[in-house]
Design a protein around this ligand. Structure first.
Ligand code: BGC
Length: 729
């Protein structure tokens, strides 16, 4: 008999429900389980099977001992934590990392994060966050891969591989038999299934009401990719989809995820989201809520205590059967088994690492952070800073703000653990004098520092303005209706820009934010503008590397930047419509008061070199399903230094049974070229990739002409075009 069968045969109802219960200590008390003053007794009696927000080898060991040595059946605890972009060492926030367009780097950072967390008692992370986000009002876009489904899919695969060690997937779907008990491996939880990024008006936790097509074409593919890569768990989103809360969405969880996608892993609710089924108005009480969630396929109840306290009554009145409970318990025990917890419950509680390992990780963090920076503008080669810079004014509320560099999730990183821009510049420019004045705070009306900031401009060779959002102005529960700089920063920046103009000095702006802010005025007035998102532990060094030209910026924005908040949601993959935008046609799809074009398109990003693309060749001329399309394009570095270029391949199916977006990303590649060097970039599209959902929402491959568009960003005017004939099957 297997271990799981044996255990299941011996378990009481409380012990079974305990395995389905995840709680935390010291966290906001929501459910009855965590309301217990001391969790020790709850763990010993088997009423708690998993914990979140717990880390630290000794701390976890203590808790684990209660379960693995002192509970009746000695079933180890499963410890989970949000490790969105690093644990003790922070890498850039996911949205920033997405701008690398580099799956290998995405995997490496997850691998290193897993290494750190695994030593700290953590067995599973609530990551990657895979929500496609096209509305910068929503705060959680910073946690995910941006606006594009293909980027999200590649991000999903890379992160799952990174956290879980290897590619666990099989051609058929998940291989839930694979061992994940490697010393540096942790389980990944893909979240939040699905469509969370499309909350109404960008308002956190609001209802989502999108078409099934959009759900399937835009929001679901990343989860399908995670499943294929062998992700061990999935977390449904807080939201309801057209009235059906995800936590109770049987057709999506059981039908689509388990049925069609073949997911055999564990489904973990979001924080108290089973309890919130009552607030949604689909369950009268905790017991009804518990029954709905279990029926829908949710195995673990995070923080609601609904399973433990609500399922016994649901069982009694026949709303759920024991077989549903047993099936969920089996999946949880299987997960613990795969993570090696039965063999060694303390395998995730190890001593701290050697300094050399930490130093290696910091180097990676710095490299990735400098590559995540997107240079949005650079007039008259303002950057890199001239080596002759002797006096640099370093102004603004984010110039010396270590805690803010962490962004909205920081796992185990302390407030003082990040390198600030000021500190990074001190190291990078030892001979220069840095004139630092904060000027104004991030938020609030205090402008007492304004005069001092203007004052130092006079003596500076150049002026650096570090502006933006506080770390917690994005992330969960951080929707914004206004997308400009908060507080007095705009007034402050305009005063500095005005003074600089009068003095004939250049102003470089480094913008920290968890979203593409709506700052057309800044893009217009600054001599150079860098999007630095939130870059983590090595933020200041990475910014300095780009400013002084040690690194040529190579980040490309993974989200479209709006020029006015009224344009959102805004994204490149829109459909043309019957009256496409035309500046000369009043009755066309546009605004009468704001241009229709974004401020910066998806994929935009400058470097210190200049590239030209030419000679697009696409072969073969005609393809059927099963064939591959290959596009070759010549890239020449016409600049004066080595740099990297990213080349995107989009398609447009002009005539299909269902109107297709004017651009759809199908592949991208990067190339590094020395000054004057010429190279060839090869991009590939499997014809299978060109299947789309027909009118009946089933995949079809339609015959016809397909446009292939290749270039540096999603601005159609900058793309080289060719075409391919699709031969139907
Ligand atoms: C968030 C999840 C997170 C969970 C546990 C929730 O509030 O929505 O993304 O994993 O908390 O921290």
């Amino acid at each position: 008999m297997s271990r799981i069968d044996l255990l299941l045969g011996q378990m009481t109802l409380t012990e079974k429900l305990g395995q389905l219960t995840m709680t935390a200590e010291g966290a906001a008390v929501t459910g009855p389980v965590s309301a217990a003053a001391d969790l020790s007794e709850e763990i010993r009696r088997g009423a708690v099977g998993s914990m979140l927000n717990l880390y630290g080898a000794e701390h976890v060991r203590q808790r684990q001992r209660l379960a693995a040595e002192q509970s009746r059946l000695r079933i180890p605890l499963l410890v989970g934590l949000d490790i969105l972009h690093g644990h003790r060492t922070l890498f850039p926030m996911p949205l920033a990392e997405a701008c690398l367009f580099d799956p290998h780097a995405w995997e490496l950072t997850a691998r290193e994060a897993a290494r750190e967390a695994a030593r700290d008692g953590v067995a599973m992370t609530f990551a990657p966050m895979l929500d496609v986000s096209r509305d910068p009002r929503w705060g959680r876009g910073v946690e995910g891969p941006g606006e594009d489904p293909l980027v999200a899919m590649r991000f999903a695969r890379a992160k799952v591989r990174g956290f879980q060690g290897t590619d666990q997937g099989t051609e058929q779907g998940t291989d839930q038999g694979t061992d994940l008990s490697g010393a540096d491996t942790i389980g990944a939880v893909a979240k939040h299934l699905c469509g969370y990024g499309a909350v109404t008006a960008g308002r956190e936790y609001a209802s989502v009401d999108i078409s099934e097509r959009t759900l399937l074409e835009v929001h679901l593919p990343a989860f399908a990719a995670a499943v294929q890569a062998g992700v061990v768990a999935i977390m449904p989103a807080f939201i309801d989809l057209a009235g059906v809360p995800m936590t109770a969405n049987a057709s999506l969880l059981r039908g689509r995820l388990r049925g069609r996608l073949g997911f055999e892993g564990t489904i973990i609710s979001d924080y108290n989201s089973i309890g919130e089924l009552v607030q949604h108005g689909v369950a009268a009480d905790l017991s009804e809520a518990a029954a709905l969630a279990l029926q829908a396929g949710v195995d673990i109840d995070m923080m609601a205590g609904a399973y433990l306290h609500g399922l016994p009554a649901a069982l009694q009145r026949g709303a759920v059967g024991m077989e549903l409970i047993d099936a969920a318990v089996r999946r949880v025990l299987r997960l613990k088994e795969r993570l090696g917890l039965f063999e060694d419950p303390y395998r995730h509680c190890r001593s701290p690492e050697e300094p050399a390992a930490l130093a290696h990780r910091r180097r990676l963090a710095r490299q990735v952070a400098s590559r995540a920076i997107v240079m949005l503008t650079n007039r008259a080669d303002t950057l890199p800073l001239s080596p002759a810079t002797r006096r640099l004014a370093v102004l603004g509320p984010l110039a010396d703000a270590s805690g803010e560099m962490r962004g909205p999730w920081w796992s185990a990183a302390g407030e003082q653990d990040c390198v600030t821009v000021l500190a990074g510049l001190r190291t990078a420019l030892p001979g220069a004098q840095l004139l630092h004045v904060r000027g104004v705070p991030i938020e609030g009306t205090d402008d007492a520092g304004l005069a001092a900031a203007l004052e130092v401009c006079g003596g500076a060779d150049a002026i650096l303005l570090c502006l933006g959002e506080a770390a917690l102005m994005s992330g969960e529960a951080a929707s914004r209706a206004r997308l400009d700089l908060p507080g007095e920063q705009r007034r402050f920046a305009e005063a500095v820009l005005g003074r600089a103009r009068a003095l004939g000095k250049r102003v470089i702006v480094v913008l920290f934010a968890g979203r593409p802010l709506v700052v057309p005025w800044l893009a217009e007035q600054a001599d150079a503008l860098l999007a630095a998102w939130f870059l983590g532990s090595e933020a200041g060094n990475a910014v300095a590397d780009v400013l002084i030209g040690r690194t040529s910026p190579s980040g490309r924005t993974a989200v479209t930047w709006a020029r006015d908040a009224g344009q959102v949601p805004i994204y490149y993959a829109q459909r043309r419509g019957g009256r496409p935008a035309d500046a000369n046609d009043h009755y066309s799809s546009r605004y009468i008061d704001v241009p229709v074009q974004p401020l910066f398109p998806f994929g935009h990003g400058l470097g210190y070199a200049r590239f030209t693309l030419s000679e697009l060749q696409v072969s073969p001329a005609a393809v059927r399903p099963g064939d591959d399309i290959e596009a070759r394009v010549t890239v020449v570095n016409e600049g004066a230094r080595t740099a990297q270029e990213t080349v995107f391949l989009f398609t447009h199916d002009r005539l299909a049974s269902v109107a297709r977006p004017t651009l759809e990303l199908q592949d991208w590649a990067r190339i590094e070229l020395r000054a004057g060097e010429r190279g060839t970039v090869v991009l590939r599209v499997a014809a299978e990739q060109l299947r789309f959902l027909g009118a009946d929402l089933e995949p079809v491959f339609e015959a016809g002409e397909l446009e292939i568009l290749v270039g540096p960003c999603a601005d159609r005017t900058r793309l080289l075009a060719a075409s391919v004939r699709l031969i139907g099957s």
